[in-house]
Design a protein around this ligand. Structure first.
Ligand code: PAF
Length: 282
């Protein structure tokens, strides 16, 4: 049975009870509109903890003024049923005022990292993510927190924040879950028209081409990007925002793949912005 709390005090109480009983607590932060990607995080948390908490909170400040805050899919009853099925014990579903009461003025910002890749077109997005995640970690004080690596930049930034602020939590990055045709699962896939949906898997095909090139010994990033472009060009309905090969700590572009690198891209299909990435090692 899943129990649902909407207040910070309510969540603190639930977690305190579990801690008193010596239980390990796992947290899965989400914005709802749950899909198999979220459920894989919840199942993993279930297998590694005694108490599993999932937050379901569409975090307003992480949406830019022209982004999809109003139309972001919300169906709490469906989400709670799915979360319960994946083994979640407690869901935390606060209203925006609970997280950002009147007078709220404190932001947690990881400098530099949040301005790269997606940050270039989403200027205050990552400081809103780190702020809400810092609050969730503070309220829940989990032993482990679970994030999908589809949002690789988000993971790297949260990891930096956790290190810099000495937050005592183990971060668990979980592999991207994909549709049968390779498209990374995302709540935003629902916005795609049938034609856009048919073309969107080209993003992953481009990343697979990059992986194959690296596995075949290619190290030069311009050669890797050339191979990717052949596939990206097939997505005639998509506008590529960026394709970057970066180091996994600083997220700075590299000229050659040496050591672990992240190959990340973002593309817009009409009003829908999709991201995807792979980690490679040269
Ligand atoms: O990845 C997400 O769904 C969100 O960015 C997160 C981590 C729940 C913060 O709102």
């Amino acid at each position: 049975m899943i129990s649902s709390v909407a207040t910070i005090a309510g969540l603190r109480e639930k977690v305190a009870d579990a801690r008193m009983a010596g239980k390990a607590v796992g947290l899965v932060p989400t914005m709802g509109a749950l899909h198999e990607g979220h459920l894989s995080l919840m199942r993993r948390a279930r297998s590694e903890n005694d108490l599993v908490v999932a937050s379901i909170f569409v975090n307003p400040p992480q949406f830019g003024p022209t982004e999809d805050l109003q139309r972001y899919p919300r169906d709490l009853a469906r989400d709670l049923a799915l979360a319960a099925g994946a083994g979640v014990d407690v869901s935390f579903c606060p209203e925006p005022d609970e997280m950002y009461p009147p007078g709220f003025a404190t932001w947690v910002e990881v400098e530099g990292l949040g301005e790269r890749l997606c940050g270039a077109s989403r200027p205050r997005h990552f400081r809103a993510v780190t702020t809400v995640v810092a609050k969730l970690l503070d309220v829940c004080q989990p032993d482990r927190a679970y994030f999908g690596l589809k949002d690789a930049q988000q993971f790297v930034i949260i990891r930096r924040m956790v290190q810099d602020l000495n937050i005592p939590v183990e971060l668990v990055g979980c592999p991207t879950v994909r549709e049968a045709d390779g498209l990374a699962m995302s709540s935003r896939n629902l916005y795609l028209t049938p034609d856009e949906r048919a073309q969107a898997p080209a993003l992953y095909r481009a990343l697979q081409a990059a992986e194959a090139a690296v596995a075949g010994g290619v190290r030069d990033v311009s050669e890797i990007k050339r191979e990717m472009n052949e596939f990206l060009a097939q997505a005639t309905l998509g506008d590529v925002e960026y394709v970057e090969v970066v180091g996994t700590d600083g997220l700075l572009p590299v000229a050659r793949v040496e050591g672990e690198c992240l190959i990340a891209l973002a593309a817009r299909f009409g009003g829908t912005r999709l991201i995807d990435n792979v980690f490679v090692r040269g």
